[in-house]
Every structure is written in C-alpha cells, then in structure tokens.
Write a protein that binds this ligand. Structure first.
Ligand code: HEC
Length: 99
C-alpha cells in the first residue's frame, strides 16, 4: 500500500515535469482568454489571424514582445504580447497548436 502511494506520487511528478517543459495547454487555455475577442474562441481568427493549429505562435509572440514588425497590424498586437511571460508564451502556443 505504502509503495503504491509512493509510485503514484512519483508518476505524478514526472507527468507534471514533462508538461511544464513542453508548454502546458491547460494553462495556455486560461491565458488565451484575453485573446478570444480578436482571435476567436477556437483560434479561428477574427480581427486577428487564425491561430488554430499553427506551429509558429511562440516565435511570433516573442517577435512582438521584442518589438519587431511582424505584419501590417503589429501595433495592435504588440501590446498584447508585451505582458506575456516566457511561460505564458509556451503555454499559449501549446494550446493553440492543439486546436
Ligand atoms: C485587439 C485585438 C487583439 C488581441 C486582444 C490579441 N491579438 Fe493577436 N493579433 C491581432 C492582430 C490585428 C494581429 C495581426 C498583427 C500583424 O499584422 O502583425 C495579431 C497577430 C497575432 C499573432 C501572429 C499570427 C500570425 O500568424 O501572423 C499571434 C501569434 C497572436 N496574435 C497571438 C495573440 C495572443 C496569444 C493573444 C492574447 C494574449 C492575442 N494575440 C491578442 C489582434 C489581437
């Protein structure tokens, strides 16, 4: 019994560690709530481009955050990326890639 509990606890830690490294889609979904108005509830796009299934979301967010010009409407998007942490960016990218 004691061994089972220890084994389960260890498995839980391993799973959590792996998710944190690759970007946590569940945490990304929560962070994405501020993006819904422009990119759609399912990342389908709207005022902003479609994000669902894209693989370059993290890179684009880092570019906006760094002040780079990405597209013609960068000035609308840059302030949104400015407040994101590196972890937020990885988590959001994991979430939008899963849509
Ligand atoms: C006020 C509307 C608005 C909000 C809110 C917003 N965006 Fe955007 N987003 C845009 C627009 C407009 C563009 C296109 C900008 C350009 O021309 O570079 C864009 C572009 C992007 C791109 C680049 C897409 C591509 O393929 O070029 C990503 C990634 C992105 N947004 C992610 C997000 C995330 C994540 C959030 C929430 C933290 C967010 N956006 C919030 C309007 C918005």
């Amino acid at each position: 019994m004691k061994n089972t509990i220890i084994a389960l606890a260890a498995a839980g830690l391993v799973t959590f560690g792996a998710a944190a490294q690759a970007g946590d889609a569940a945490a990304g979904k929560a962070a994405y709530s501020t993006c819904v108005g422009c990119h759609g509830a399912n990342g389908e796009g709207g005022v902003g481009p479609k994000l669902a299934g894209k693989t370059d979301v993290a890179q684009k967010l880092r570019d906006y955050k760094a002040g780079k010009q990405v597209g013609p409407m960068t000035s609308m998007m840059a302030p949104m990326a400015a407040g994101l942490s590196d972890a937020d960016i990885e988590n959001i990218a994991a979430y939008t890639a899963s849509l």
